[in-house]
Design a protein around this ligand. Structure first.
Ligand code: HEM
Length: 477
């Protein structure tokens, strides 16, 4: 089309003037105005992988009106992660996403400060009470459900089973129970019904959120998302949360933080929904993938079962006593940890994004320097490198359960690229200021939930007849 050709040559011409010396290679795509928006939105990992083959480990792409520089050299990640926020800012884009996805606007929002306040509620001395609550809630959902006690088979896909159980138990653990006594059958009934209502609405919303983040929802989808959010805001209203029993310290701290910021009663449930997504959006899909890999790799399943037998059963504990599981026991499962690391290496694909606030130079580990333009965005995408990098991992597309184990059963941490040892070799939990603050709790509850699944799976006589199949499950974001 001659018109497009003229447009392309004109834009290329103007580029010659606006580009800075030594910028990363620029790939605008062929669709005027949209650039690579469609391919990027459809499957970012395979699109960026093609761009990596074409341009190497740093390049700039045009996505709709934005220029995004992608850096894929893990040796150089520190130069982005620790750069001053006056040059590379992470809160501006976070605020934009909060608004686009959850209709949240917080006055004086500072993600750094928020993380400091919330981190301690999910770590160290607060872990045992969270683990214990998670066990009670898993028991309510899995072991005390009258549906499960009947002799009827229940057919459920592995994804919904994993995501549903993790989200519902995780939600009850952080946001509290309908009544104080977990073991009271009427409280358990109410918790099952309420948490299922939250999960059902949240799951439908979750399907729309990634495209909402890119402003790509159709009018009908926008309406659907608005309806689902309205429903969830009611379930998470100030009045409803105030009436809960067994609320976690995390919830109390977050509520107090919102009140100190002067956030009103209409905005608070919106922020609570955003936190539901941040705290519960990843663990369920991770459990799904982990169980799927175990079911497909019998040697891995046997190794994990052998380890769990040693750690838990040999200490004479039964499932019902496991609320008392100690952190020391949870920390002595190197095989399971390797399986989890390998699962996340293959499936977790977070972006780490920064807005470039002023024209600047980015210096890579090998000494190369690149100019970055003000108002462009800079992204790390650790999924392609280190996680799927064939220079670091042999047959990176394959699941190898002992990839993160040394011969003496300790955790393997030595990985190399270009002959140099890597600081960042697997980044499902993010890095720097973008590190997951719930990581330790997440590892505990994934282990706890897998125990409840895996042990019954071992005897193959549980209520669930697991039949692995994959449908269009997106990788955890
Ligand atoms: C396998 C499970 C999980 C994975 C892979 C994961 C991964 C991540 C990543 C990559 C981030 C960084 C986001 C960023 O700042 O750019 C993050 C943030 C966070 N995670 Fe996790 N996470 C998991 C489970 C959990 C759990 C179970 C909790 C809490 C109970 C949790 C709580 C949070 C919170 C509160 C944030 C901060 C969100 C914010 O910046 O506002 N995560 N997580």
């Amino acid at each position: 089309n001659p018109q497009i050709n003229i447009f392309l040559s004109l834009t290329a011409f103007t580029d010659l003037f606006s580009r800075l010396p030594r910028e990363p290679p620029l790939d605008r795509g062929f669709v005027p105005g949209l650039g690579h928006a469609v391919e990027f939105g459809k499957d970012a990992a395979s699109f960026l992988s093609k761009m990596k083959q074409k341009h190497g480990d740093i390049f700039t792409i045009q996505v709709a009106g934005k220029f995004i520089t992608i850096l894929l050299d893990p040796h150089s990640y520190d130069s982005v992660l620790w750069e001053s926020s006056s040059q590379l800012d992470f809160s501006k884009y976070a605020r934009l996403l909060m608004d686009r996805m959850f209709d949240v606007k917080l006055p004086d929002y500072d993600p750094n400060e928020e993380k400091v306040i919330l981190r301690s509620a999910l770590q160290n001395k607060n872990l045992p009470s969270l683990t214990k609550a998670m066990f009670f809630n898993l028991q309510t959902l899995l072991l005390s459900d009258p549906r499960n006690l009947s002799r009827q088979w229940i057919a459920e896909g592995l994804f919904h089973l994993s995501y549903g159980i993790m989200l519902r138990a995780g939600y009850l653990t952080l946001y509290g129970n309908e009544e104080e006594n977990y073991n009271d059958p009427s409280c358990q009934d109410k918790d099952r019904v309420h948490s299922a209502e939250v999960y059902n609405a949240f799951y439908k919303l979750d399907q729309l959120l990634m495209r909402a983040a890119r402003s790509m929802l159709t009018a009908a989808e926008k309406k659907e998302a608005a309806g689902l959010k309205g429903h969830l805001w009611k379930l998470l209203s100030v009045k409803r949360l105030n009436s809960k029993a067994n609320k976690s310290l995390w919830l109390e701290s977050y509520k107090q933080h919102l009140e100190e910021l002067g956030v009103d009663e209409d905005m608070q449930p919106r922020a609570m929904l955003m936190q539901l997504w941040a705290t519960q959006g990843n663990a369920g899909p991770a459990v799904f993938w982990l169980l799927l890999f175990l079911l497909k790799h019998p040697a891995a399943m046997a190794a994990v079962q052998g380890e769990l037998d040693k750690v838990i059963r040999n200490r004479g504990q039964t499932m019902k006593q496991m609320q008392g599981i100690s952190q020391e026991m949870l920390d002595s499962t190197p095989v399971f940890d390797s399986v989890l690391n390998e699962t996340l290496r293959l499936t977790a694909a977070p972006f780490i994004s920064r807005e470039v606030l002023a024209d600047m130079q980015l210096r890579l580990a090998d000494g190369r320097k690149f100019s970055l333009r003000k108002e462009d965005r800079l992204c790390l995408f650790p999924y392609l490198s280190p996680q799927m990098d064939s220079e670091i991992y042999e047959e990176p597309e394959k699941f190898k359960y002992d990839r993160f184990l040394n011969a003496d059963n300790t955790e393997k941490r030595d990985f190399y690229k270009g002959g140099e040892r890597l600081k960042y070799y697997n980044m499902p939990w993010g890095a720097g200021i973008n590190t997951c603050i719930g990581k330790f709790h997440a590892v505990n509850i994934i282990l706890a939930t897998c125990n409840i699944y895996i042990m019954p799976l071992a005897s193959a006589l549980y209520k669930y007849r697991l039949r692995p199949f994959v449908n269009s499950v997106s990788t955890p974001q």
